[in-house]
Write a protein that binds this ligand. Structure first.
Ligand code: VGL
Ligand code: ZN
Length: 202
């Protein structure tokens, strides 16, 4: 079994609210859990991300009178899709899927906690400037190649993969351990963006 210290598994947002029955359920989202648990055994380092929003987060449609979920609005940092309330700090929906092997994680990175800015990517918030600190963590450990899996393919997984590639990491996406939302063609757009950024998809 290969456990190369320069390679890490980055598991994006495998949380109850993105699984069937959750507030922002991704179709078949929970199906990724067994594959991810198995993959963890082959990586020296596993990092989990957790979408982690205050109850008054500006990405929630509930904070925009008259707006409905899945509409897009202009925020100071650019267009932002409005979501149903999800992954509220401390809630059941924000917790990891109960079968995910969280005990194997070296790091759990929480993101999206600034009420004014959404954060799809594990590296930068949606202003594309505010860093989460993950890049420094990876470089300090000598990690150069990332394998990405999780939810949702077309939002947090794609943003994270594209940022990682732009930062110079080698990036692999394992599609069988990802599921997407596919809002108005967002899945194809995300796939193209990842290909253009040099993400290896298999
Ligand atoms: C996500 C929408 C809002 C994701 C998070 O994990 O892909 N999508 N917050
Ligand atoms: Zn979110």
């Amino acid at each position: 079994m290969m456990r190369d210290p320069s390679e890490a598994l980055l598991v994006i947002d495998v949380q109850n609210d993105f699984c069937p029955g959750g507030a922002l359920a991704v179709p078949d989202g929970d199906a990724v859990v067994p594959a991810i648990n198995t993959m963890m055994e082959t990586f020296a380092t596993t990092i989990l991300t957790q979408d982690w929003h205050p109850a008054d987060h500006r990405s929630f449609a509930s904070q925009h009178p008259g707006a409905a979920p899945f509409e897009t609005v202009d925020m100071p940092y650019g267009p932002q899709v409005l979501w149903p309330d999800h992954c509220v700090i401390g809630s059941h929906g924000g917790a990891f899927h109960p079968d995910l092997r969280t005990d194997r994680a070296a790091l759990i990175l929480r993101k999206g906690s600034n009420p004014a800015i959404d954060s799809y990517s594990a590296f930068f918030e949606n202003d594309r400037m505010t860093a989460t600190g993950l890049e420094g963590y990876l470089r300090t450990l000598g990690i150069r190649t990332l394998t990405l899996v999780g939810l949702a393919t077309d939002f947090c997984v794609a943003y994270s993969a594209i940022d990682a590639a732009r930062l110079g990491f080698g990036v692999h996406l394992r599609l069988e351990a990802c599921r997407g939302i596919d809002l108005n063609g967002s899945l194809e757009h995300a796939m193209q963006g990842m290909r253009d950024a040099g993400v290896e998809i298999d």
